[in-house]
Ligand binder design. Structure first.
Ligand code: ADP
Ligand code: MG
Length: 460
């Protein structure tokens, strides 16, 4: 890349970071400008999955940035190495989107017969944080990615919303694409499968449908629970499943419920799904969430101070997708006001929620409010409070925090343990009993606890 092109690229990326902070990824720095020709600015993208992702999701934003930066009416195209190298002979003749010339070395579209197959470069194994709740699913997914058809077949991953099912499915596909580029993969959502089926039935194109889903080495279907109540599609899926299974081809499925808990799913499908490995993903514990926040921030080239990562992870404890939303919000706010990312800013960005209402009709404090009150009252750091440190100056405030969380919120002992650095329920129970008992004897502690309570209930 020439120096001028490199400067132009940097200016475009800087513009994108301002205007579309949530979209930018650290690997955007690996994109080079190939040339500007006939009003078309071409970017070279070497990684096939990234290339496809940019082509499908980012053209408009890049074009807008290119226009802003240069003041010229430019169009933007992302191309792979194959097209870049054939540029002198082909020029832009194959310029239409979806042409076969966008692969690096091999034609990626040939590996992706399914037009729906858009894989997110974010959802790779290297960006998946392993924790107690997803260890099995992750291990099974990597085994399948390394040896499709030979490790576990089918692999059935299930769990609640936003816990990483789609991420693992994409990671499997990307790993296989990278390492066994001759394997044919079909990744689709269950709805994609059903729509395809309905259209092909209507148009009398069943041979095409069967070719598409049965002549693959790996079929990956996301959200298979959507098959519920779809009798005719279930029938077709059953035959697809059998054809692939008997041919030793890999099948990977994800679902929001275990096979036997998907309503109105035929028994024969339930037993097929149970015949391989069924791996459940549980909600991540606090430590896993902190690591996920860091990983997500890292993808955006964002360094979060320790207390901010802890704050976000403590504040958002159910759906990981919301963790990402919180980072985006924080990032945008920081750009908007040209401020550094600090705990104060994080509180401003995501701190306005109030707690769940309790029986008396008053809002009860959130665990975060309790944590805030404790760190302020005892003047200790959030990271210390949630750490494994056992020094009395930290351990005692932590026990008070657990005690207050138990007394004033509806969270279970396990959940409270999760908030306080992934401790188990017996630790929380012990903390509650200790503070209860000590208050009887220790006037100072009793005063402290009631002051914190007063402050908490006042705030709400
Ligand atoms: P699901 O398909 O289970 O509803 P997704 O796979 O779409 O959930 O995950 C939601 C978001 O959470 C995605 O951004 C994903 O990358 C992220 N995520 C979930 N689990 C993890 C994990 N263990 N490590 C890193 N990111 C994760
Ligand atoms: Mg999903």
């Amino acid at each position: 890349m020439t120096r001028a092109n490199s400067e132009l690229r940097n200016a475009i990326l800087a513009h994108l970071r301002n205007a579309h902070a949530g979209m930018c990824r650290h690997w955007f720095d690996d994109i080079d400008i190939l040339d500007v020709n006939g009003g078309v600015l071409r970017f070279l993208v070497r990684e096939p999955v990234q290339l496809r992702y940019l082509q499908r999701c980012c053209v408009e934003q890049f074009a807008e940035a290119a226009r802003e930066v240069t003041g010229h009416l430019l169009a933007v195209r992302f191309v792979g190495e194959a097209e870049a190298h054939s540029a002198s002979t082909n020029g832009h003749l194959n310029g239409a989107e979806g042409s076969n010339s966008n692969g690096a070395g091999h034609s990626i579209t040939a590996l992706m017969p399914d037009d729906e197959m858009l894989l997110s470069p974010d959802y790779a194994f290297e960006h998946f944080v392993i924790g107690p709740g997803n260890q099995l699913a992750h291990a099974a997914a990597t085994a399948v990615a390394k040896k499709p058809g030979r490790a576990y077949n089918p692999l059935f991953i299930h769990g609640g919303v936003g816990l990483g099912k789609t991420h693992l499915l994409h990671a499997i596909c990307q790993h296989v694409l990278r390492n066994n580029s001759s394997l044919r993969i079909c990744y689709t959502s269950c709805n994609g499968f059903m729509t395809s089926f309905t259209e092909c039935v209507q148009d009398g194109r069943m041979a095409e449908f069967r070719h598409r889903f049965r002549h693959v080495d790996m079929l990956v279907i996301d959200d298979i629970h959507d098959l519920s109540k779809r009798g005719q599609t279930q029938e077709e899926f059953f035959h697809t499943f059998n054809a692939l299974y008997q041919a030793g081809k890999q099948i990977v499925l994800s679902s929001d419920a275990a096979p036997s808990e998907i309503p109105d799913l035929e028994e024969r499908l339930v037993s097929r799904f149970n015949s391989g490995l069924v791996a459940r993903i549980e909600k991540p514990c606090y430590e896993t969430r902190v690591s996920i926040v860091r990983s997500k921030a890292g993808l955006r080239n964002l360094t979060l101070p320790e207390d901010v990562a802890c704050y976000i992870a403590a504040k958002i404890d159910t759906n990981i997708r919301e963790l990402e939303g919180a980072i985006t919000k924080l990032q945008s706010l920081a750009y908007l006001h040209r401020k550094l990312i600090t705990l104060e800013l994080a509180k401003e960005a995501i701190g306005q929620e109030t707690g769940a209402d309790n029986e008396s009709g008053f809002a009860s404090p959130t665990i975060q409010a309790i944590i805030d009150a404790i760190t302020a009252y005892y003047n200790i750091k959030l990271a210390d409070l949630l750490s494994k440190r056992r020094h009395k100056s930290i351990a005692m405030p932590r026990q008070v925090a657990m005690y207050l969380a138990r007394k004033h919120t509806r969270y279970s002992l396990e959940e409270i343990g999760g908030y306080f650095g992934g401790r188990d329920h017996t630790t929380v129970m012990h903390a509650v009993r200790t503070i209860d008992a000590k208050q009887e004897l220790d006037n100072g502690l009793r005063t402290d606890v009631s002051r914190i309570e007063h402050h908490l209930l006042d705030r709400n």
